[in-house]
Design a binder for this molecule. Structure first.
Ligand SMILES: NC(=O)C1=CN([C@@H]2O[C@H](COP(=O)(O)OP(=O)(O)OC[C@H]3O[C@@H](n4cnc5c(N)ncnc54)[C@H](O)[C@@H]3O)[C@@H](O)[C@H]2O)[C@@H](O)CC1
Ligand SMILES: Nc1ncnc2c1ncn2[C@@H]1O[C@H](COP(=O)(O)OP(=O)(O)O)[C@@H](O)[C@H]1O
Ligand SMILES: [K+]
Length: 501
């Protein structure tokens, strides 16, 4: 599990250490220099340029540059602010380095200097930074981008809000972010996460001073290994969990195949599909293990035992199955709301059937992409222009459900106000029709097995992303939605095997 903390939480945790006179900056700079030296192992005469701001982030960069010079690495700096960190600048000068003034540097000289260096250290602003690039720095940042030199971000990529991830247009993308004391929440959230590259955490001894509850969480292999359901020795298909799927229509029959395959491949004890006979014929042709229930004559008794219901893929918002399914999952509101099935997934057309009167439990997972989330927000009177992380949290609070907001980074907002989860396991090859249906089926199986809403949503997102990566050879090759479902067992096997070795 990776825990992400806000700027406020990090500053509060640093305070007692600073008050006790702990030299945190020296410690940070030493670790940073060490990490930079590792990146520079190959070149003969390595050289580094530090873009140094006026605050402590600049101080970290300048001190690291001084230490690098001590190791025979040509490190110099450009003052990317009106002032500079006095202690850092002095250390660099004493080590024989130069702090260039940006205003005195000819743009062409700058470009040719940057073209010669092996690495740029982005130490303009850290956790004190606002997400806007000052006009006088745009040429500098553009020049760095143009010459393609790798960037290491110091603490956070400059001009990214370390708490929210909000990033200024024009902020530099890093190959790696060397972050101090604690992972900043903004490095795990959309915006910051795309710019941070690999996040390398430097331990500054803050652990005892950080709050017990982080702002955001990222679950990883350890949580998958611990929480992914495995059948007991005396398991039956019923004890593993029966997932019922109301999906697929004459217009979108394939959605039922994709959802049921996602569910079956994730280890459901039984998958039931409720759909028109023509859709069932297609499903049973590809997935003979599915138990079909014709929607034309659906009899609740005949459906028998079910532990979770997935409603919506390939359905319109006003399909009778959609309305009945959403009402069944709702504990309040909706016509005939019975709340008999307290767990399940509402996806696609199902989301369009949710109104202000509906209320769900946290074991109901809503799985909107951004467009669906915006429409739902509008109906519930929530500002649709909120950043994704705030929107997911607001939707969870308004509906009582767990909200899984799909995208390049998938966010999972628990309804109880617990930390937002942010999963970054996917590949953009997943941006293809039908992959969301597979995800809905996967989450349905995990709910049917008894996982709580937030865990079912997070684990489904992780495995969906990993299966997509396997199916596309780490994003190199195109995939189709069914490939994702078919690769779930192998993706899970890889995670479990590495945990056991
Ligand atoms: N506080 C601590 O204990 C430690 C802090 N460290 C470093 O200190 C950093 C925080 O330092 P500071 O608090 O001095 O803040 P920063 O160095 O992040 O930024 C400070 C300055 O940048 C200016 N600024 C902010 N946004 C700007 C923008 N968009 N355009 C132009 N100027 C902008 C601010 O007005 C301020 O003067 C951390 O990120 C980390 O790198 C480390 O040395 C480790 C220990
Ligand atoms: N650029 C991207 N990078 C990583 N994953 C993505 C990207 N775009 C989409 N995805 C993932 O692909 C899936 C798409 O789901 P969705 O939009 O519901 O598609 P559909 O409705 O066609 O099934 C989601 O799991 C989403 O997180
Ligand atoms: K920085």
């Amino acid at each position: 599990m990776i825990r992400g903390y806000t700027t406020e939480q990090v500053r509060a945790a640093e305070r007692p250490l600073l008050d006790a006179g702990r030299p945190l900056m020296q410690h940070a700079a030493r670790a940073l220099a060490g990490r930079v030296a590792e990146h520079l192992r190959a070149p003969d005469e390595p050289s580094v340029v530090v873009l140094a701001g006026s605050g402590d982030n600049g101080g970290d960069g300048l001190h690291a540059a001084a230490l690098l010079r001590g190791q025979g690495i040509a490190a110099d700096a450009i003052a990317a602010a009106d002032g500079f960190h006095a202690g850092g600048a002095e250390a660099l000068r004493e080590a024989g380095g130069t702090l260039h003034d940006l205003d005195d540097t000819d743009p062409e000289d700058l470009q040719s200097r940057l073209a010669e260096v092996d690495l740029v250290l982005d130490a303009i602003v850290g956790i004190g930074g606002r997400p806007e690039v000052p006009a006088r720095l745009t040429t500098l940042l553009e020049a760095v981008r143009r010459c393609g030199v790798p960037v290491i971000a110091v603490d956070v990529p400059s001009f990214v809000d370390a708490s929210t991830g909000q990033a200024a247009p024009g902020a530099l993308a890093a190959r790696e972010t060397v972050t101090f004391g604690a992972v900043k929440a903004g490095l795990l959230l959309p915006g910051g996460a795309e710019l941070a590259g690999h996040v390398h955490l430097v331990d500054l001894g803050l652990a005892d001073h950080l709050p017990t509850e982080a702002a955001v969480l990222r679950l990883d292999d350890a949580e998958v290994t611990e929480r992914w359901p495995r059948p007991e020795r005396d398991a039956t298909k019923y004890s593993r969990g029966v997932v019922a799927i109301a999906a697929g229509s004459p217009r979108f029959p394939g959605a039922a195949v994709l959802t049921s395959t996602g569910a079956a491949r994730s280890g459901a004890g039984m998958v039931r599909v409720i759909a028109p006979q023509s859709v069932l014929d297609l499903v049973l042709h590809t997935r003979p293990e599915v138990v079909g229930h014709p929607a034309e004559s659906v009899d609740p008794e005949a459906i028998g035992r079910l532990h979770a219901l997935v409603v919506g893929p390939g359905l319109s918002g006003d399909d009778p199955r959609t309305r009945a399914g959403v009402d069944l999952l709702s504990t309040a509101g909706g016509e005939g709301a019975r709340g008999e099935v307290a767990r399940g997934v509402i996806d696609a057309g199902g989301l369009d059937a949710i109104g202000a009167a509906h209320r769900f439990s946290g074991d109901v997972v809503l799985t909107p992409h951004r467009g669906e989330a915006d429409r739902l927000a509008e109906r519930l009177g929530i500002d649709r222009d909120l950043p994704g992380s705030d929107l997911a949290v607001a939707l969870a609070a308004a509906t009582g459900a767990t909200v899984l907001l799909k995208g390049a980074i998938t966010l999972v907002a628990p309804a109880d106000g617990g930390p937002l989860r942010t999963q970054d396991d996917a590949t953009s090859q997943l941006a293809t029709a039908g992959t969301g249906d597979v995800l809905a089926g996967m989450a349905g199986t995990l709910l049917a097995a008894g996982l709580a809403g937030p865990d079912a949503a997070s684990l489904a997102a992780i495995l969906h992303g990993r299966a997509g990566r396997l199916a596309s050879r780490d994003g190199m090759l195109p995939l189709v939605a069914l490939d994702v479902a078919e690769h779930v067992p192998e993706a899970l096997g890889t995670i479990l095997a590495s945990a056991l070795s």
